[in-house]
Design a binder for this molecule. Structure first.
Ligand code: CP
Length: 352
């Protein structure tokens, strides 16, 4: 497979690739890594929503184009996953692409060390896989490992979640979540969003970076002091202009928000008194009629099953939305976002 032709050649191993031109590359992601949401602009996210919505409609009409039929994705999950791993693999298959995957990635040469086995540094694994596939999706327990892998790869790399604590991110979960808000409310701009749970978790970081890009946002943060990450305030201040505030309990703010986004806690963090942090059907009786409850899943006690059958629950809808969004991300990085939007134009013309 020729890694030096077409949009794939624009990715260089030693520097940031060029942003694509607006018409041929509407999301500006062709040939790019997707490692953090800090580097993704509002206009790029809105273009991704458009690509995702088009793919969602085409899929509903059983007209999904096999745009990635000659592309191969490797799925490198060094940490457990249900939604992200199967979501990316499903998205690739739905676009006609193929997937290389291992149930036991720790048994590759770059996995956990095994007595008596030759092992391999991650940079050599990146160089090796770059010669086999067109794109890599990686989850790892350590912050920065997907970025380090990307530095040595000559194919685009997507961060499917890296580590916990300062600097950790899960950018494709956040894009899915922003797409969900966009679909529910018609726009992300102007929303009032409560982000609850541990600010040590990677989903919260990417989501806050994403929310900060939109206009007229009201962002509330509910996080126990010991699980707060002060650096996120700097990042939020730089992009949100300080338009967020910390709150003490969900019930203090429930009647003022469009979205409760519960990010949850790790099992260890959930231990101890978490009064004021749990959502249940009784509490959301005080919410605005259109308020939605979101969660990246898996959940623990923070979102009670009594919420599931209310009109407010959207956490399983987030899973549905993750497929068109991950299709949009893959299509964009593989240089096919323009082709998707052309199909939208054609469909619009043919129905006039
Ligand atoms: N939301 C999320 O990342 O889920 P998984 O860990 O199952 O991929």
């Amino acid at each position: 497979m020729d890694q030096g032709s077409g949009s794939k050649s624009r990715l260089e191993s030693d520097g940031a690739p060029d942003i694509g031109d607006w018409h041929g590359d509407p999301t500006g992601l062709a040939g790019q890594h997707l490692l953090s949401l800090l580097g993704v602009r509002r206009d790029q996210m809105i273009a991704l929503f458009d690509v995702a919505a088009t793919l969602e409609r085409l899929q509903r009409e059983h007209r999904t184009p096999p745009l990635l039929h000659d592309s191969l994705m490797v799925s490198l999950f060094f940490q457990p996953s249900t939604r992200t791993r199967f979501g990316f693999e499903a998205a690739m298959h739905r676009l006609g692409g193929s997937v290389l995957s291992s149930a036991h990635v720790n048994e590759t040469r770059a996995g956990l060390r095994h007595a008596g086995a030759y092992t391999e540094a991650l940079d050599d694994m990146a160089r090796t896989l770059s010669r086999m596939v067109d794109i890599a999706v990686m989850r790892h327990s350590e912050v920065g490992v997907p970025a380090e892998f990307a530095r040595h790869a000559v194919i685009p790399v997507i961060n499917a979640g890296d580590g916990i604590g300062p600097g950790s991110e899960h950018p494709t979960q956040a894009l899915t979540d922003l797409y969900t808000m966009h679909k529910e409310f018609g726009a992300v701009d102007g929303l009032s969003v409560l982000v609850a749970g541990s600010l040590q978790l990677r989903v919260a970081h990417s989501l806050l970076y994403g929310l900060a890009r939109f206009k007229r946002m009201q962002v509330f943060i509910l996080c126990p002091p010991e699980l707060y990450w002060t650096d996120i305030e700097d990042a939020m201040l730089r992009t949100l202009g300080g338009a967020y505030q910390r709150v003490r309990r969900i019930e203090d703010i429930i009647d003022q928000v469009d979205v409760i986004y519960h990010n949850g806690f790790t099992e260890e963090q959930m231990e101890g008194p978490r009064d004021g942090y749990c959502v249940n059907a009784a509490l959301i009786k005080h919410a605005r009629p259109g308020m939605i409850v979101m969660h990246p899943l898996p959940r623990d006690l923070e979102v009670d099953p009594s919420v599931d059958l209310t009109r407010h629950a959207r956490y399983f809808q987030q899973v549905s939305n993750s497929i068109p969004m991950r299709m949009a991300i893959l299509a964009s990085i593989m240089g096919q976002a323009g082709a998707v939007l052309q199909l939208k134009e054609t469909a619009a013309l043919s129905t006039r």
